[in-house]
Ligand binder design. Structure first.
Ligand SMILES: Cc1ncc(COP(=O)(O)O)c(C=O)c1O
Length: 408
């Protein structure tokens, strides 16, 4: 029989069976990572499952897939040597589909038939869609003020949607408690509660390496938990371990100005979960922002992501809503790409480092465009985008057209 992928504890080194359900190490509480049998290759075809030799689903089990991955990488018109990785093109419109395909596939192989998550949007939507595909029962806790436009597709996918009173942390604690009580798979995309899903995220690095034909100098990633950043970083580490590349890009976490946990952690030398938690405890998460998906003071994958930033020689930038909106307008008008404001933070971060001189001419940068703007149009309501959509009769329409087009 073919060797199987082996989960192991990063702290005490204990290894586990491929399909033993794990959150943290049952002995010491350490984080779980995976080792893969030697000789793995990238297979032909499309989507993340052509990388299955490096994903934690043992051979013989069918993945639960909606066609995620193999998103396009396009050069931007905004600057030379700037590339856009279109993760918003995934089946439910976000980067989380890669993680969810792996998570639900592993869950099915382990015999689970139900999922539970607490989510502001992307992970919840992905949970609902992949659970539907797998034939699972699914429940999602959403913030009590979650807009209906975000909740409606979850309901259509057949999920039980529960608006929940309390903070994000309260909801995550509730999810963990209930998943332990029943045989329910928690689809939170954070390593401390679900080590499987982040393995899906690392396939972005494999694709970037294939699409560019080299390793970029910089990768800009919007930051909430930090898991997307650390996942892509690990993908590059693995490419190096496989002998396919000789270096790692510098990683930049793009976060919100009022919730700049990484920026402060880098300045203050914080590395441990306790130190990161202490920094985030000084912040008020209850803010008005158009970068809704980034409104997390405590990055659950912070230890791993901060290490990735430091080891790669990267940094963190914190951005205002004005910068997010400006970046969003540049992406739409110059590149014809409509992402959500949270994702536009990647461009805002790049512009900051480029104008500050840290990103040099001739260096290649990639922006991870994590989520589709079409799902988050409501956050752009006036005053963010003012419009005068009043009704015109034929004569008025002709007159405004003439003024608009001029002598085109
Ligand atoms: C669209 C979008 N971008 C970025 C992020 C941040 O990802 P992470 O939590 O992995 O840092 C999220 C998180 O949900 C998201 O939905």
């Amino acid at each position: 029989m073919k060797e199987r992928c082996q989960p192991f504890c990063q702290n005490c080194g204990r290894s586990f069976e491929a399909l033993q359900y794990l959150r943290r190490c049952p002995d010491c509480g350490g984080l779980i990572f995976f080792r893969y049998p030697p000789g793995g290759t990238f297979h032909p075809g499309r989507g993340i499952w052509r990388f299955r030799d490096f994903l934690p689903l043992p051979s013989g089990f069918e993945p639960v897939s909606l066609g995620e991955g193999d998103t396009s990488l396009v050069p931007s018109s905004i600057a030379g040597d700037l590339f856009l990785k279109n993760e918003w093109l995934n089946p439910t419109g976000s980067v989380k589909d890669r993680a969810m395909s792996v998570g639900i596939s592993v869950a099915r192989a382990m015999g689970f038939r139900a999922t539970l998550n607490a989510s502001m949007g992307s992970a919840g939507l992905a949970t609902a869609a992949y659970s539907a595909k797998a034939g699972f029962k699914c429940a999602i806790l959403v913030p009590q003020n979650a807009p209906f436009i975000r909740v409606a597709p979850m309901i259509l996918f057949g999920a039980l949607v529960i608006p929940f009173e309390g903070t994000i942390q309260d909801a995550l604690d509730f999810v963990e408690e209930n998943c332990s009580k029943w045989k329910i798979f928690e689809t939170t995309t954070h390593r401390p509660s679900n080590p499987y899903q982040n393995e899906g995220t690392k396939t972005i690095a494999y694709e970037l390496w294939e699409q560019l034909g080299f390793v970029p100098d910089w990768v800009f990633v919007p930051r909430a938990s930090g898991g997307t950043l650390s996942g892509i970083h690990r993908g590059f580490l693995e490419l190096q371990e496989m002998g396919l590349s000789s270096r790692i890009p510098r990683f930049v976490a793009c976060e919100l100005e009022p919730l700049n946990t990484f920026e402060r952690a880098l300045k203050e030398g914080a590395t441990s979960e306790e130190e990161i938690r202490e920094i985030s405890s000084r912040m008020n998460e209850d803010i008005e922002t158009i970068g809704v998906k980034l409104a997390h003071a405590f990055p659950v994958d912070g230890v791993e992501a901060l290490k990735a930033i430091r080891d790669s020689g990267g940094t963190a930038v914190s951005l205002s809503d004005e910068e997010l909106l400006e970046a969003l307008k540049m992406l739409t008008r110059m590149d014809g790409i409509f992402v959500e404001p949270s994702s536009a933070s990647a461009l805002a971060g790049y512009l900051r480092l480029k104008s500050g001189g840290l990103v040099k001419d001739g260096e290649t940068s990639v922006l991870i465009l994590t989520g589709s703007g079409f799902r988050e149009v409501h956050v752009l309501a006036p005053p963010h985008l003012s419009s005068s959509l009043k009704v015109h009769d034929r004569k008025q329409a002709s007159s405004v057209l003439k003024e608009f087009f001029g002598d085109v």
